[in-house]
Design a protein around this ligand. Structure first.
Ligand code: ATP
Length: 453
């Protein structure tokens, strides 16, 4: 696809997200708050499915990982020790002509002259560091002592609670601590829809280990994380592993991979998997004066563990899922004429709504009663959507457009009016193939649960 069609595709995705209630601009009726997004009724379901599946495979299905949920407001000493107060910045350039503030890597260079990508002007300032952290004031006094920060990543509270969690969980190395939560960065130029936001969510695992295990575990976690993306429906073809070169890697990291995805606006990072050595725990041990050592009962040695960190963005994963799922094909309309169908091909595990339930006619009490009975049966197992309005084909299309993988239609055969053998059976339609099968109502919950788990 060329860049023009990719840009058009992205525009269509953004517009679908708004029209169908996935993602809205935050504070839209006041003109919008730049870099902030609100998830609507379908977006919040999709996002929860991503987070719940991550938690399931990282925490619940493993014996060697426990979870935590830390505070967003962070003690300044934590972020001084981690290096964020001093160094968590992007180089920023101002355009004196149009007053744009630019990340230095956005400045265009033509024939050796630096140009503003906004207005083309060449009167630009030198690059200077711009700290990306949001600073706030805690308590009534507004002086140095009341400064706190909104956390720029969830990882630091994991490091700071390492000793407490080690004690209560009684885990042996290697083991991990996982966290999902909001992070805040005052990005100079939020862009590409939710891709670069100022408020976003992260899913981070700090996997503590011995120094000699670090490099092997780095490769192990890279593979685990690639499997995760495949299991939520992102095809391996569109995932790319970048080995971050020495000069781009943090000085303390012995190896870092970026997992990238082909977004319509280009190949961009979804997740970083980094071997951070013992840097973080050592920094906090030094700054706090409290021991963050691990005692190995077998060897009777005390040491500060090393750590491998897979750090993923919830919002970027959600956006990748929507971009991957967005597609069109041809399907017959009510009269059998072929028309273009817009369909989000979400993996059933991720789909916000799992099953649409449709009585053939809304003015037939028996059909409606049967349909409501099925709503009651399925609701305990999955998120469903009941729809009785409009032609059945149109109801299917509305669900195709939001990626609902299954549709159940209750018709006169369900009532046993045509063939007694078909009593209490329904039509089960699959979104992608549009195949329909006849299924007994009593088997529905089992069949669908197996397909969406
Ligand atoms: P980038 O280079 O794109 O700014 P980063 O390398 O600074 O990202 P990390 O600090 O490694 O990102 O954060 C881990 C993950 O958190 C990223 O892979 C991404 O999924 C997510 N993330 C980071 N910054 C943002 C942001 N501004 N908006 C949305 N998600 C983000």
């Amino acid at each position: 696809m060329d860049s023009k069609t990719d840009a058009q595709r992205m525009e269509k995705i953004v517009s679908l997200c708004k029209r169908r209630g996935f993602i809205f601009q935050s504070s839209e009726i006041y003109g919008g708050l730049s870099g902030c997004w609100d998830y609507g009724p379908l977006g919040v379901e999709l996002k929860r499915n991503v987070k719940n599946y991550w938690w399931r495979v990282i925490v619940h299905e493993r014996d060697d990982v426990v979870g935590m949920d830390g505070a967003i407001l962070t003690h300044p000493e934590v972020l001084k020790a981690s290096g964020h107060v001093e160094g968590f910045s992007d180089p920023m350039v101002d355009c004196r002509t149009c007053k744009a503030r630019l990340r230095a890597d956005q400045v265009i260079e033509k024939k050796g002259v630096r140009q503003c990508p906004n207005c083309g002007g060449s009167d630009l300032t030198e690059a200077r560091p711009f700290n990306l952290m949001f600073q706030t004031q805690m308590g009534a006094a507004a002086d140095e002592s009341s400064i706190a920060y909104l956390r720029p990543e969830t990882a630091q509270s994991i490091f700071v609670q390492f000793k407490n969690i080690l004690e209560v969980s009684r885990k042996k190395l290697p083991f991990g601590i996982a966290q999902i939560g909001k992070a805040f960065r005052n990005e100079i130029n939020p862009r590409n829809f939710t891709f670069r936001s100022r408020e976003f969510e992260q899913m981070e695992l700090e996997y503590f280990c011995r120094a000699e295990e670090g490099m092997t575990l780095l490769d192990y976690w890279l593979e685990e994380r690639l499997k995760f993306y495949e299991n939520i429906g992102i095809s391996r073809d569109r995932l790319h592993v970048k080995t971050v070169p020495d000069e781009e890697r943090a000085f303390y990291s012995k190896g870092t991979y970026d997992i990238e995805f082909d977004f319509p606006f280009g190949r961009q990072e979804l997740e970083g998997v980094a071997y951070r050595t013992d840097y973080d725990l050592l920094q906090h041990q030094k700054a706090s004066g409290k021991s963050l050592e691990y005692f190995d009962e077998e060897t009777k040695q005390r040491f500060v563990p090393h750590v491998v960190e897979p750090s993923a963005g919830v919002d970027r994963t959600v956006l990748a899922l929507i971009c991957e799922a967005y597609s069109t094909d041809e399907a017959p309309d009510e009269k059998g004429k072929m028309e273009t169908r817009l369909v989000l091909r979400f993996h059933p595990r991720m789909a916000p709504i799992k099953c649409g339930i449709f009585p053939l006619l809304k003015n037939n009490d028996q059909l409606v009663a049967k349909a409501k009975e099925i709503v009651g049966l399925l609701r305990a197992h999955m998120n469903i959507f009941y729809d009785e309005s409009g032609a059945i084909g149109r109801r299917y299309r509305r669900q195709d457009e939001v990626g609902t993988p299954f549709g159940v239609t209750i018709d006169f055969e369900t009532l046993g009016e045509r063939d007694a053998a078909l009593r209490d059976t329904v039509t089960l339609r699959e979104r992608d193939s549009m195949n329909q099968e006849r299924v007994a109502i009593k088997d529905l919950a089992g069949i669908l649960s197996a397909r969406i788990s």
